[in-house]
Design a protein around this ligand. Structure first.
Ligand SMILES: [Ca+2]
Ligand SMILES: [Ca+2]
Length: 289
C-alpha cells in the first residue's frame, strides 16, 4: 500500500472473514447484506486458526475520500493458486451503519442490497487476486470506516479477522462550498464567501472560521483551510484574471456574487483585470456546480 498523509487520521479496519471447507457457496450470491462471525461459526463451522490460508484485503490507498474518488479493495492470497467460490463485501461507519455504494465489477460479481454490498454471481472457482472492487463513500461519512469481507474458499474450514490503519483524506473540490454544507444553503455569502475573503486577507486558524460556518458544515477547520489552499494554489480564485489572487478584488467579487450582485454592481472597483462583467460572472458560476 502507498502511504498517504493528510489531516485527520482515522482508522479503517479491514476485516476479512474466511470460511473454508464448505462444499458450496450460495450459487447466486450471498442472500444477506452482512454477516458476523457468530453466524458464520454457527452455519459454517468454527474457525480452526488465524489466517491459515493467507487471505488478505488489499486497499488501493491508505486513505478514503468521502464524496471523492472511489476506494478500491481487492481480495488477495499469498498463494496465487488458492481459489475461492464466493465473497460478501461491505463497509460500515464508526457507528456500525452500513455505508457506501459498490460499483458493479461485472462478470463473476454483482452488487446487492441497493449497492451497499458486493457478492458473487456463481460458485465457480475464482482466482486471486480479485478485481479491485470500488467503494464510493458519501461526503457525510466521517471517522472510521471498516471494510469487511466474507469469503467462501475452495476447500478447508476456517475464517479470520484483521485490521489495518488508514488515513482519512477529505477531498478538495473545485467549488466554493468551502465549509461543505452540501445541500443546505450550499453556497452562502456569510459563510463560504466570508471564508474566502478572510483567507485571502491572511486570517488563519480560529480567526478564519469563527462564526463563518453553516450549522450543517461537514468540514473541520483544518479541512476548510485545506480546501481554500487548494483553490488558491490552483488559481481558481483569480476571478478577475489579472494573474494574482487578492482579497480586495477576487475575494470581494466572490462575496458580492454570493450576496447577489451582478454586472457593474458586481465588478465596480473590484476588477484589476480586463475581463468583462459577464466573463467574471461566468468564472464564479463555474465554481458553483
Ligand atoms: Ca457552504
Ligand atoms: Ca485576481
Amino acid at each position: 500500500m502507498r502511504l498517504v498523509r493528510q489531516f485527520v487520521h482515522v482508522l479503517i479496519g479491514v476485516s476479512a472473514l474466511l470460511i473454508a471447507g464448505m462444499s458450496n457457496a450460495f450459487s447466486t450470491g450471498a442472500p444477506v447484506c452482512a454477516v458476523d462471525t457468530a453466524t458464520m461459526n454457527a452455519n459454517m463451522g468454527v474457525r480452526i486458526g488465524t489466517n491459515p490460508m493467507g487471505w488478505a484485503l488489499d486497499a488501493s490507498a491508505v486513505t478514503y475520500s468521502p464524496g471523492g474518488s472511489a476506494f478500491g479493495v481487492r481480495l488477495t492470497n499469498v498463494t496465487p493458486s488458492v481459489q475461492y467460490k464466493g465473497i460478501l463485501l461491505w463497509a460500515t461507519d464508526s457507528a456500525g451503519n452500513q455505508v457506501g455504494t459498490w460499483a458493479s465489477a461485472g462478470g463473476s460479481f454483482k452488487t446487492s442490497c441497493n449497492g451497499q454490498s458486493l457478492t458473487h454471481t456463481s460458485s465457480q472457482l475464482k482466482a486471486s487476486p480479485s478485481p479491485f472492487f470500488q467503494l464510493s463513500l458519501p461526503i457525510t461519512v466521517r471517522g472510521a470506516v471498516t471494510i469487511r469481507a466474507f469469503v467462501v474458499e475452495q476447500s478447508r474450514t476456517t475464517h479470520y479477522e484483521m485490521t489495518t490503519t488508514h488515513v482519512h483524506l477529505d477531498p478538495v473540490r473545485n467549488d466554493l462550498d468551502i465549509d461543505s454544507s452540501v445541500s443546505v444553503s450550499r453556497y452562502q455569502a456569510n459563510t463560504d464567501g466570508l471564508l474566502v475573503l478572510r483567507y485571502l486577507i491572511g486570517l488563519r486558524g480560529n480567526e478564519l472560521t469563527r462564526g463563518a460556518k453553516n450549522a450543517a458544515a461537514l468540514r473541520t477547520d483544518a479541512e476548510i483551510a485545506n480546501q481554500l489552499a487548494h483553490l488558491l494554489s490552483s488559481g481558481l480564485l483569480d476571478i478577475d484574471g489579472d494573474g494574482q489572487t487578492r482579497s480586495e478584488t477576487d475575494g470581494l467579487l466572490i462575496l458580492r456574487y454570493l450576496i447577489g450582485y451582478r454586472n457593474n454592481g458586481l465588478v465596480e472597483g473590484a476588477n484589476a483585470g480586463t475581463l468583462t462583467p459577464a466573463q467574471i460572472e461566468a468564472k464564479i458560476a463555474a465554481l458553483l456546480p
